[in-house]
Design a protein around this ligand. Structure first.
Ligand code: NAD
Ligand code: TDX
Length: 339
């Protein structure tokens, strides 16, 4: 039996980032009666441009930090749900400097669930499949909601920590919560530090793409718009206290994805550099989303990776003003790391 929840006035943390801003667009496009307050600190990864055209009666922006308990005391009352996307999200950054990950991902989530408990607000926690560690390439298994936690990186261990806090707040305090763990997202508005946009923008700028290790690590790609529809489905129909895995059967190794990008952009398929591997690099992620599909009836709509990739490439070609300001510093950071 699923329960139905009709939100009217939600807070979206991290709503100026890649995935959070897509969710804000999703709500505006599909649920014009729902008011959205975006709470975002505008770190290097946040960009107000992502939601600027939406600001007005339906969408309000608050510039602030999720670790700021006093701000949460002012902001949370009167809202009926918090959808929590804000995080430090990049594995390579977490290896170079873990501290901001502890602060935002662990303490920030703690502050939010304390506020949600105090003001009796429903809480949806957006998390990642990386909390489950990795799978071998020849293992037929996929992650399910029952897979034990085994995070590998500073990033994924802070996300795992935040998931456990949310679960404990359900059991101990009865926090009205749900959790989703999603696989790798792709699509427009993703920061140029991440694999797919880094390679696309490298090619546009005449820099050779960079592939880590042997290139055979597998990621399970899902279009951001499918992630957003899944989060809405779980927020409104999910059972309290439950975890749902989100994925769209998009397993591909990095070498294959890079060759797809090179082909779509008219480059020879060997026009890239092999670079130093990521320490502790997870080998393979794969999601079994049966629970979400059978219990809540969710289905992905972007089931053709190549056409999603073409749309994504075109977006970066058309929007250099969006990504160029971050590109040089991002590449300088990678170069210093030998990547
Ligand atoms: P992102 O790095 O693009 O955006 C993060 C956003 O959070 C930015 O707007 C940033 O300004 C904001 N933020 C960071 N610290 C903050 C703080 N202390 N207070 C307020 N705002 C803060 O991240 P993303 O890729 O959009 O990921 C969003 C969420 O989805 C994260 O929780 C991530 O763990 C999860 N997730 C991401 C993926 C993926 O493939 N990118 C997959 C599964 C789950
Ligand atoms: O230049 C690169 N070359 C390369 O081979 C970069 C940036 C990455 N890679 C590899 C590493 C990974 O195997 O590509 C794969 C994808 O890398 P990222 O885009 O950094 O993603 P990943 O580490 O898999 O994590 C992502 O998915 C899960 C998000 O960044 C996380 O926030 C999410 O939780």
């Amino acid at each position: 039996m699923t329960e139905s929840f009709t939100p009217k006035n939600i807070i979206v943390t991290g709503g100026c980032g890649f995935i959070g801003s897509d969710f804000v667009h999703y709500v505006v496009n599909n649920h014009p009666d729902v008011h959205v307050t975006v709470l975002d600190a505008l770190t290097y990864a946040g960009n107000l441009e992502n939601i600027k055209p939406l600001l007005g009666d339906q969408v309000e922006f608050v510039h602030g930090n999720i670790c700021d308990a006093q701000l949460l005391d002012e902001l949370v009352p009167g809202h009926d749900a918090i959808v929590h996307y804000a995080a430090e999200s990049h594995n390579d950054n977490s290896i170079a400097d873990p501290e901001p990950f502890l602060k935002t991902n662990v303490e920030g989530t703690f502050r939010l669930i304390e506020a949600a408990r105090k003001y009796d607000v429903r809480f949806h926690h957006v998390s990642t499949d990386e909390v489950y560690g990795d799978l071998a390439l020849d293992d037929p298994a996929k992650f399910t909601e029952e897979t034990p936690y085994r995070p590998s990186s500073p990033y994924s261990s802070t996300k795992a920590s935040s998931d456990l806090l949310v679960r404990a707040w359900f059991r101990t305090y009865g926090l009205r919560m749900t959790i989703s763990n999603c696989s790798n997202n792709y699509g427009p508005y993703q920061h140029v530090e991440k694999f797919i946009p880094r390679q696309i923008t490298n090619i546009i700028e005449g820099i050779r793409p960079k592939l880590y290790g042997d290139g055979l690590n597998v990621r399970d790609w899902i279009h951001t718009e499918d992630h957003s529809s899944a989060v809405w489905t779980i927020l409104t129909q999910g059972r309290l206290g439950e975890t749902y895995l989100i994925g769209a059967n998009g397993e591909r190794n990095n070498l294959t994805v890079l060759k797809d990008i090179l082909r779509v952009m008219g480059q020879p398929e060997d026009a890239f550099d092999w670079v130093k591997d990521r320490p502790g690099h997870d080998r393979r992620y794969a999601i079994d989303s049966t629970k979400l599909q059978t219990e809540l009836g969710w289905r992905p709509t972007h089931t053709n990776f190549e056409s999603g990739l073409r749309q994504t490439v075109q977006w970066y070609v058309d929007n250099p003003q969006w990504w160029e300001p971050a590109k040089a510093a991002t590449e300088a950071k990678y170069k210093a790391q030998g990547q």
